[in-house]
Design a protein. Structure first.
Length: 240
């Protein structure tokens, strides 16, 4: 096992002490406060959430994916590429898209492996062309999808939502959802609110085919910090 650095060990001791005093995982508000304290890197770390679900993503009826607008955004600048025909390109540009076009970007992605963007939004009429890019975009989680709101005729609304803090998510093959919900410069309340909004959406999307315990564990962590366990009750209360 690789040796942990001093900053990580100090942060891990904070988490160990807090969980020992609490007798286990922490309430969401306390976890949000503690995770900020574990951000000790020399750069501004992101705050991530990991949720282990009781689903088997190999079965289509147990897939969990979607999007959610975080109340305080992610704290990151999101680079948006919009693929659409000329008639809608001005609309996308006016809404704040960083890159807008069609043929030139399709060729660049297909032939050069271009993926220098965070979100790809496409209008439905160009999906036959975009569909050919699945081999490049799929493994990177960049393929647009109607369920996540990235295949739409309302390009302006989609671009504005992404820029304002809407994030897309999808459970991985191990049954875990991992995403960033802010950074360490956020206040405790902002981290708590974003985590709460995310948990609400995950619980709302519970597949009917998922049996038994749905939310198995929840943790918060910074980019370089140890995981802070969150009470599963936070996911239950998020629906109320």
């Amino acid at each position: 096992m690789a040796k942990r650095g001093k900053r990580y060990r100090q942060a891990a001791e904070l988490v160990a002490t807090a969980t020992e005093q609490a007798g286990g995982a922490l309430p969401l508000d306390q976890a949000a406060q503690l995770v900020k304290m574990t951000g000790r890197a020399k750069f501004e770390e992101s705050v991530d959430i990991d949720i282990r679900l009781g689903v088997d993503p190999r079965h289509a009826d147990q897939m969990v994916r979607g999007s959610v607008a975080l109340p305080h955004g992610t704290g990151k600048t999101v680079r948006v590429l919009v693929l659409t025909n000329e008639g809608k390109q001005a609309e996308a540009e006016a809404a704040g898209a960083d890159m807008v076009g069609l043929d030139e970007y399709v060729d660049k992605i297909q032939n050069e492996g271009f993926t220098d963007f965070d979100v790809l939004i496409a209008s439905p009429d160009v999906m036959p062309q975009v569909g050919r890019l699945g081999r490049v975009l799929g493994p990177r989680g960049l393929m647009p999808n109607p369920k996540s709101g990235t295949v739409t005729n309302d390009l302006a609304e989609a671009v504005e939502a992404v820029k304002a803090g809407r994030i897309d998510f999808r459970v991985d093959k191990a049954g875990i959802i991992h995403t960033s919900i802010g950074n360490v410069s956020f206040s405790d309340d902002q981290i708590r609110d974003n985590a709460d909004a995310f948990l609400k959406e995950i619980v709302r999307l519970r597949p009917a085919a998922a049996k038994g315990l749905y939310v198995k564990s929840v943790t918060l962590s910074t980019t370089m910090g140890p995981p802070v366990p969150v009470e599963r009750a936070a996911a239950v209360s998020a629906t109320r």
